[in-house]
Design a protein around this ligand. Sequence first.
Ligand code: UT7
Length: 324
Amino acid sequence: MRRSVITGTGSHLPEKVMTNDDLAKIVDTSDEWIRTRTGIRRRHVAAEGETTSDLATRAAERALSAAGRTPADIDTVLVATTTPDYTFPATACVVQDKLGVPAGAMAFDLQAVCSGFIYGLSVADSLIRAGQAERVLLIGAETLTRLLDWTDRSTCVLFGDGAGAVVLEAAEGTGAVSDRGVLHTVARAEGRHRELLFTDGGPSTTGTVGKLRMQGREVFRHAVNRIAEAMREVMDAAGVAAEDIDLFVPHQANVRILEATAKKLGIAPEKVMLTIEEQGNTSAASIPLALDAAVRRGRARQGDLLLLEAMGGGFTWGASLLRL
Ligand code: UT7
């Protein structure tokens, strides 16, 4: 059977860093509160004029180089983002042009907020397995700080900017769990909770971009349950147990959510990939950023079994099991 194998990863973070102490000068907060409630110490913030497509393009260049591919090898560019350069055209089209992916490739954005990379994996894997794509550049990229209300301490301390990318290529597998590639992905939504995490604007409502609003405690409560459900579902579908997982690469929303989820599923703490301390919550970029860090630091190697998960606005959530 056809499988979608990750052949290269890459990432890029903006140069500018904002620490918790920097934030304490703007809003009534403290390094201690942010660290103990979220695990975040600092986050990267895009410079003026630095756009989501800029970050995405840099991450994609690194992923292509790691895969030993050139832009001409790519037939699909998929960007998961909530902070596109423009309402339209898609950021993926801007990235296609900046990278030099030839005309005729498919290029589109996918909007599932923090679950964008999991949704993107589901779509990219389906395109590859259906024979509609051979080599997909899947990017999660955000300039989420542009959506923040810098007077709202309950949200502005949580998020950061960045981009991560993977090259997914069609390969022949046996259908067994020992195959390299995406083994099983679930992507779910429940729109009735959309007012717990949203932006208070949009093209067809206010005609503005809006600012991010979140009822954090409520989101937290749903997140732990939904994420655990999705993780169990993909593990059961593939017939693997918690001890088979080599590395857990979660969306980095809150270290307390990640530790609680890993504990619930019986995943050992040393198998949890954490980047939140240095990056904050980068929404759709956080999983590919963590994945690239894991690969480059030697924590994830070819043949390893990885479990990915995310939960975000919508609500959307999902999980993916893959062998690197
Ligand atoms: O990526 C998409 C999915 N997002 C998530 O999964 C986020 C889920 N939620 C969370 O991670 C947590 O709910 C937060 C980190 C957002 C908040 O932590 P919490 O432990 O749930 O705090 P809380 O919202 O219950 O607020 C506790 C207190 C409140 O004060 P009172 O009412 O107890 O006096 C807040 O006003 O902390 C206060 N507070 C702050 N204090 C200092 C809220 N934000 C801050 C702040 N600094 N930045």
